[in-house]
Design a protein around this ligand. Sequence first.
Ligand code: GLN
Length: 493
Amino acid sequence: MSDLTDLGIAQIRDGFQAGDFTAREVAEAFNANVATAKSLNAFIVETPEHALAAADAADQEREAGAVRPLSGVPLGIKDLFCTEGVQTTAASHILEGFVPTYESTVTERLFVAGAGMLGKLNMDQFAMGSSNETSHFGNVISPWRRNDGGNAPLAPGGSSGGSSAAVSARLAPGATGTDTGGSIRQPAAFTGISGIKPTYGRCSRWGVVSFASSLDQAGAMARDVRDCTIMLEAMAGFDPKDATSLDLPVPEWEAGLSSDLRGKTIGIPKEYRVDNMPREIDALWERGIQLVKDAGANVIEVSLPHTKYALPTYYIIAPAEASSNLARYDGVRYGLRDLPDGANLQDMYAATRADGFGAEVKRRILIGTYVLSAGFYDAYFTKAQKVRALIARDFALAFEKCDLLLTPTAPSSAFALGEKSDDPLAMYLNDVFTVPSSLAGLPAMSVPGGLDQAGLPLGLQVIGRPLDEQGVLNACLAIEERAGFTARPGEWW
Ligand code: GLN
């Protein structure tokens, strides 16, 4: 075996079970890659000892003839997931030094399935952002570079930018992500990997630092569709500790994988042809349409008339929920406490929150408290909730005519770090294709579709009916098999 870090999750699992290598060899190989890629800033905390301990347990179990579904597979964990005994910060200063005494349900499930943890991955602070630039621990740098002489460091996408960078740079075969308005799919698209956000309620939110509770959903990021499927199967499932968790069995998605789309109708939402869409994105979309047709699907145009309201609706609802969720960081219970001399309780709250939250987080708290304030509640928050229902209804009506929807994942390839950071609206526009399905709670996945002229990856998004992760995975598999995407970043780091 030349380099174990070239293997994906399925290959590691199968090779480990076949006795081709030990789990310790795999963990050591990924730990070594993590150690040499510090310039990417993908990890906030590295936990090589955790990966090795899980690997040693897996090796012993294999000796005893008992392996688990993810035995031998080390993973990166987004720093939004609480991990027992390991600092969890949501990339914020206010949580610096917070070491949970409990494990999130999703990470618990992954570890019970045999996976190890390579470390906690950098991200946008409290998952607010599309470029990973809002992290208190510095931005992640995408492993990708333009091939046209433009040498500016690129954004790995966000908020799961540490996850996307780590997977595409071969620092981890897979990573957890969370997606509130696109934070799994957009970073996956920017870095040439796959990422799935399941139906809202499939993965427990228990122990995941809350951003916008009615939207937050955990999911899997990995090199290909099968690897995402394997991870998601281990992550998903009912959890009585999360009141919004779906009490449904987890289907055997991997066993159900099929790239035959005969009998499926795929809708192309005409409102997603937004103004000023780069020609390359249009061309990618056309290519995607051809690929699903080649796989046997029938393709039709559909209409999602309220699409244009999705971004403003999201940027009211998400900050509103965030402002409420983030009220808990008061300097008393978690992480940071700033107690100026002679300060009273109010001063302590103010000093801690002023110092602990970054600019984007403060912006969201301000917007959120404004739209929830007595004078503006009905004008903004109630109105946004109504529009959200209309957006969800658009999808329900479209799914009477088709089984799945196909769109680009993002309106551009990766942009340069700093390019949009002074202009929040330009940053928010990057979420135009991912936010509507989040508002509707639908499963959606990004899969690499090709490269742009600068050699940067572009992603295609498949959106499905509630609970139809299988349909989404299968359409993405069909695209993956036909797109033949094999590009990977050159190892400059
Ligand atoms: N980019 C979006 C935002 O900033 C989505 C973030 C997410 O999905 N966590 O809110």
